[in-house]
Design a protein around this ligand. Structure first.
Ligand SMILES: Cc1ncc(COP(=O)(O)O)c(C=O)c1O
Length: 418
C-alpha cells in the first residue's frame, strides 16, 4: 500500500501540521520537543512512572505552602550515612584524585563485601564474584542485560518493587506477573510458579517491598530448587537484609551458589544518595557483567566506594536505626487496627506495612490523597506495586521518626472515629 506524506503524519500521530518547505509532526510523546521532524521517544520508554514520586511531590507542595506533612510514603532511612563513612569520605576528598575505578569496583571494598557474607551468613564468597554497582538499581539493569535475551519470560511477583517490572520491560524482556496473596505471605511458591508455563527468570525479594514478608530457609530452598531444576535464572534482591524483626533474612546464596544476588548500601547502611550497591555473580556471568558495567557506567561513584569500605565497621550505628524501625513498627501494628486498618501483611523485615484497605475504598490513590489533604499524612497507594489489585492496598513506610508514627496513628484513629 502506498502511503502519502499526509497519511504518514496521520499514522504516526494524528496531528499533521504543514509549514512551507517542511512538515512537522507533533508526536504523542515528544518529551516536549515539537521541532521539525522531532523524533518520538522509543516505545521501550513507555513504561509506568514511579507513582510514589507523585505522592512525594504532592507532599512537598503541601510543605511548600507552609502545611506540615508526616512522611509515611518515603522508602528510605531518615538518617545520614554512618559517621565512619562520612569521615572516610572527607579523607578521600582530601587525599584521593577520585578517578574512575575498574568496573567491578575497588579491591578493598570487594574484599569487605565478601567478608560480610562470612560475617552475616557464614558463606565463603570470592571477592572476584563481587561487582560494585550504581545502587541496587544499577545492579538490576546489569544483571538483566547479562542474564536475559530479548523476549525471555521473567517472573515478577506482584505486589513487588515496580522498577523490576519497568526495567525489564524497557529492556525488551517479557514480564510474567505472578499474583501472590496474603495466603502465601505475598511471596512466590513452587505451586504458584508451576502455573505460569515455561519461564527463563525469576526476580525475588525477601524481605520484600512493599509487603516486608520473608522466605524462611526451607521456603527459599524450595524456590532455588524449583529454579535450578528448570534452568530458570534467579535474581535475589536482598537490599533489606539486616532490617528484620525476628529471624534474620536468609540469603538465596545459602541455598544455591548459582543465583545472582543484588544488594545495596541504601537501606541498612542508610546511604541512598551515595548510589552504591553490589552484586554477587556466579563465575559464569563474570565476563558478561564486566563488559556491561564497563560500557554502561564505567564504574560506580569512586568517592562512595572509598567511603563505603568503612561501612562494615559501623554496625552499631546501623543497629540503632533498626531499633527505631522496630519501635515504629510496633506503633503502627498496634495503632492501625484501632483505626480500622487491620488487614496487614506480616512485616517480617524492611520498613513497610502493606495494608488491604478494600473495606474502606475501591480507589487507594484517592484515599491517600484525602489522607494527605485532610490529615497531613503521606502514604503510598498500592498501584505502584501491583497494577491489577493495588487500588485496594496502601503501603505505610515506618522509616521516619517514632514521634511521626505516633502522631500519624493518632490522626488516623480520629479520622476513623470521625
Ligand atoms: C526492593 C528494592 N530494591 C531496590 C531498590 C533500589 O535501591 P538502590 O537505592 O540501591 O538503587 C529499592 C528502593 O527503594 C527497593 O525497595
Amino acid at each position: 500500500m502506498k502511503v502519502s506524506l499526509y497519511d504518514r503524519c496521520a499514522l504516526h500521530v494524528g496531528i499533521p501540521c504543514w509549514e512551507p518547505r517542511t512538515w512537522w509532526v507533533v508526536p504523542k510523546d515528544t518529551g516536549g520537543d515539537t521541532g521539525p521532524m522531532a523524533r518520538r521517544p522509543a516505545s521501550r520508554s513507555e513504561i509506568s512512572p514511579f507513582h510514589v514520586m507523585e505522592v512525594m511531590r504532592a507532599a512537598e507542595q503541601r510543605e511548600a505552602s507552609g502545611a506540615e506533612v508526616l512522611h509515611l510514603e518515603v522508602g528510605q532511612p531518615a538518617t545520614a550515612a554512618p559517621k565512619g563513612v562520612i569521615e572516610a569520605a572527607h579523607r578521600a576528598l582530601d587525599e584521593d584524585v577520585l578517578a574512575y575505578t575498574t568496573a567491578g569496583g575497588i579491591e578493598p571494598l570487594r574484599r569487605r563485601i565478601a567478608e560480610h557474607y562470612d560475617y552475616w551468613y557464614g558463606l565463603d564468597i570470592d571477592p572476584d564474584q563481587v561487582v560494585v554497582t550504581v545502587g541496587a538499581s544499577g545492579a538490576f539493569v546489569t544483571a538483566f542485560l547479562a542474564a536475559f535475551e530479548l523476549g525471555d519470560r521473567v517472573v515478577v511477583p506482584s505486589p513487588g518493587y515496580p522498577c523490576y517490572r519497568n526495567a525489564l520491560q524497557a529492556l525488551g524482556v517479557e514480564v510474567v506477573d505472578l499474583l501472590t496473596t496474603m495466603e502465601t505471605r505475598f511471596q512466590p511458591t513452587p505451586e504458584l510458579l508451576d502455573t505460569l508455563g515455561p519461564v527463563d527468570g525469576l526476580v525475588l525479594a525477601s524481605p520484600s517491598n512493599p509487603a516486608g514478608t520473608m522466605l524462611d530457609a526451607a521456603a527459599m530452598a524450595a524456590i532455588t530448587g524449583w529454579c535450578a531444576d528448570r534452568d530458570v535464572q534467579l535474581i535475589s534482591d536482598e537490599i533489606y537484609h539486616g532490617i528484620t524483626y525476628g529471624d534474620p533474612a536468609v540469603s538465596a546464596l545459602s541455598a544455591d551458589p548459582d543465583v545472582i544476588v543484588v544488594n545495596s548500601f541504601s537501606k541498612y547502611f542508610s546511604m541512598t544518595g551515595w548510589r552504591l550497591g553490589w552484586m554477587i555473580c556466579p563465575p559464569r556471568f563474570s565476563n558478561a557483567v564486566t563488559r556491561i558495567s564497563q560500557n554502561v557506567t564505567i564504574s560506580a561513584p569512586t568517592l562512595s566506594q572509598l567511603a563505603a569500605v568503612a561501612a562494615f565497621d559501623c554496625h552499631d550505628e546501623c543497629q540503632a536505626s533498626i531499633e527505631r524501625y522496630a519501635a515504629n513498627r510496633h506503633v503502627l501494628l498496634e495503632g492501625l487496627p484501632k483505626a480500622g486498618i487491620d488487614r496487614l501483611a506480616p512485616a517480617d523485615g524492611a520498613f513497610y506495612i502493606y495494608a488491604d484497605v478494600s473495606h474502606l475504598t475501591d480507589d487507594a490513590s484517592a484515599l491517600c490523597t484525602s489522607w494527605l489533604d485532610e490529615l497531613g499524612i503521606a502514604v503510598t497507594p498500592g498501584i505502584d506495586f501491583d497494577p491489577t489489585r493495588g487500588h485496594h492496598y496502601v503501603r505505610f513506610s515506618f522509616a521516619g521518626s517514632t514521634e511521626d508514627m505516633q502522631e500519624a496513628v493518632r490522626r488516623l484513629q480520629n479520622w476513623a472515629a470521625g
